[in-house]
Design a protein around this ligand. Structure first.
Ligand code: KG4
Ligand code: ZN
Length: 330
């Protein structure tokens, strides 16, 4: 049994967690920065990096105190090394390197997307490779066949915006506070999706790719027309995203005949309508549906520690000169 310390700082959450190779989450500490960025309507990289500097060490100390584990009990240190805002990534990776150097423990540089991709296996011990993963976050919208640790086959990606980006931009157009995704979901619950016609980009196209830029523009036109209630626009937008995700994911299921399950991960997977629709889609194809608990869908360090545990078990560690990578496709 190995104990892994995980660090996350690639966007606007600072987090530290201790997770064991037998799936026990010993501690997870997290500090969000939403209030710091809210006045600007989005994440300001410089403010994010400074907040990570302020918060990361106290969060590591808190996670160690909460778990009763000391640094000398830890078997390896896993830090997000990208993709993300480079200033923030540097803070977490350099902290991980310093701890690894000072303690003599191995360093594991984790791809943040791999953290999301493997997180369902932390929550569900029965989830076996290969599985079809819909990874939907603020920065990414991909369909991946997860064949094993470090083995990802990308079946589809977005040709413009990510799903979470579309949620956040549409929320901003509707005058909702940042971060917009969860706010838009709340507003949509009171609206009538059928009363605002919105496009479904790429619906029915043969390749399972995504596109959301046209949908966002249509939301802008609907808002500016002054003809619709905000809650109706929100509901129509969410329904259009659901329809696109379901159509594209259904297309990918047909291309992944060996998949053991349909899995969703990433911040947008916290959306109730999206989860419900994916549950129905998986049932239609006779596949088990796996979604990690909500808190494990949005950015956190437990998923980074867990990806570290999976890599550590596979003998995949890194040297202290491993670079931070703002762009790093899986
Ligand atoms: O995975 P994540 O925490 O950070 C990235 O790696 O991007 O995802 C954040 C994204 C944001 O775009 C946020 O608005 C969206 O996930 N999100 C949601 C919901 N909760 C978070 N989108 C729709 N409905 C939600 N309930
Ligand atoms: Zn993320």
């Amino acid at each position: 049994m190995a104990i892994i310390l995980g660090l996350e700082s690639s966007c606007d959450e600072t987090a530290a967690a201790l997770v064991t190779s037998d799936r026990r989450i010993l501690a997870h500490a997290l500090a969000g920065q939403a209030e710091a960025h809210a006045p600007f309507g989005g994440v300001v990289p410089e403010i994010a990096a400074r907040a990570h500097v302020d918060k990361l060490m106290p969060l590591i100390e808190q996670a160690l105190a909460d778990s009763g584990v000391t640094l000398s009990d830890v078997d390896a240190i896993a830090a997000t090394a990208g993709p993300g805002l480079i200033g923030g990534v540097m803070v977490g990776l350099v902290t991980g390197k310093a701890l690894a150097h000072a303690t003599g423990k191995p360093l594991i540089a984790v791809n943040h997307l791999e953290g999301h991709a493997l997180s369902p296996r932390l929550a569900d011990p029965d989830l076996a490779f290969p599985y079809l993963l819909l990874l939907v976050s603020g920065g990414h919208c991909q369909l991946l066949l997860v064949e094993g640790v470090d083995r990802y086959r990308r079946l589809a990606t977005t040709i413009d915006d990510a799903a979470g980006e579309a949620f956040d931009k549409s929320a901003k157009l509707l005058g909702l506070p940042y971060p917009g995704g969860p706010e838009l979901e709340k507003l949509a619950a009171t609206g009538d999706a059928a009363s605002v016609p919105l496009p479904r980009p790429l619906l029915g196209s043969s390749e399972p790719h995504f596109s959301f830029a046209g949908l966002k523009s249509a939301v802008a036109r609907a808002v500016h027309s002054g003809e619709h209630r905000p809650q109706d626009i929100a509901a129509a937008f969410q329904q259009a995203v659901v329809d696109c995700l379901i159509d594209r994911t259904g297309r990918a299921i047909k291309r992944a005949p060996g998949a053991t399950a349909l899995v969703v991960a990433g911040g947008v997977a916290a959306n109730g309508s999206i989860r419900a629709a994916l549950t129905g889609l998986a049932a239609h194809y006779g596949l088990p549906f796996v979604a990690p608990p909500m808190w494990l869908c949005t950015d956190n360090a437990a998923m980074i520690a867990w990806a570290g545990a999976e890599r550590f078990a596979a003998g995949l560690t890194d040297t202290l000169d491993v670079p931070a990578r703002p762009r790093w496709p899986l």
